[in-house]
Design a protein. Structure first.
Length: 204
């Protein structure tokens, strides 16, 4: 089964696993919190702790995405945006990259049969529920903001259970295929360990 999942990911067939979040009524407090989360303006700060951390992470991630997004400037902007929005939502950026691979195959204008849109395949009902009327789910940062906020919401509902949260995100709660696909993409193609650097010896 694991070999089949990896083969599907490598073949690009993973985009067929795009699903659809299910509409569920939200309490007024949760709706207000989610609205605030997607509406906050993006501050002009980096999500990386140091410039070198940014260099290392981008250098590791960029080549893995080059075939899908050849334009280097846009690719780096996407990666920086993924890191920012994932970190902001308390998510692992590499997990979000794995989810994007499975949901859309990194196609900005992907639309599923259910109508989910963009990189993270967000259903349009979320705009009415927690967003603003002019929010475009095909806009890079808007799509990532919604997608990361929604996944964080599902993780909170499921008390940190990633398997069930991913099932909710895809509209396939209780079925193993989608969570397994995302986990495989995350672990096999987006896993990251920052390189260790030798400290320079202080002069005598």
């Amino acid at each position: 089964m694991r070999r089949l999942i990896v083969a599907l990911l490598l073949s690009g067939a993973s985009a067929a696993f795009a699903g659809a979040q299910k509409y569920e009524p939200l309490s007024a407090s949760v709706q207000a919190a989610l609205h605030k989360a997607v509406s906050d303006s993006r501050p002009s700060v980096t999500s990386f702790k140091t410039p070198m951390e940014a260099v290392d992470w981008l250098a590791a991630m960029s080549p893995r995405l080059e075939k899908r997004i050849p334009n280097r400037e846009y690719r780096i902007d996407l990666l920086r945006s993924v890191h920012y929005e994932a970190t902001r939502a308390g998510l692992d950026p590499q997990l979000v990259l794995g989810l994007m691979q499975v949901e859309s195959g990194f196609r900005k204008y992907a639309v599923s049969s259910a109508g989910a849109r963009g990189y993270m395949q967000v259903m349009p009902f979320w705009v009415k529920l927690i967003g603003r009327p002019d929010d475009s789910l095909f806009d890079l940062r808007t799509n990532l903001r919604y997608g990361c906020t929604i996944l964080r919401h599902y993780l909170d509902i499921e008390k940190g259970d990633l398997y069930r949260a991913l099932g909710r995100y895809n509209g396939s709660l209780g079925k193993p295929e989608y969570p397994n696909m995302v986990r495989a993409a995350w672990q096999n193609q987006w896993q990251y360990e920052r390189p260790a650097r030798l400290a320079q010896a202080a002069p005598n």
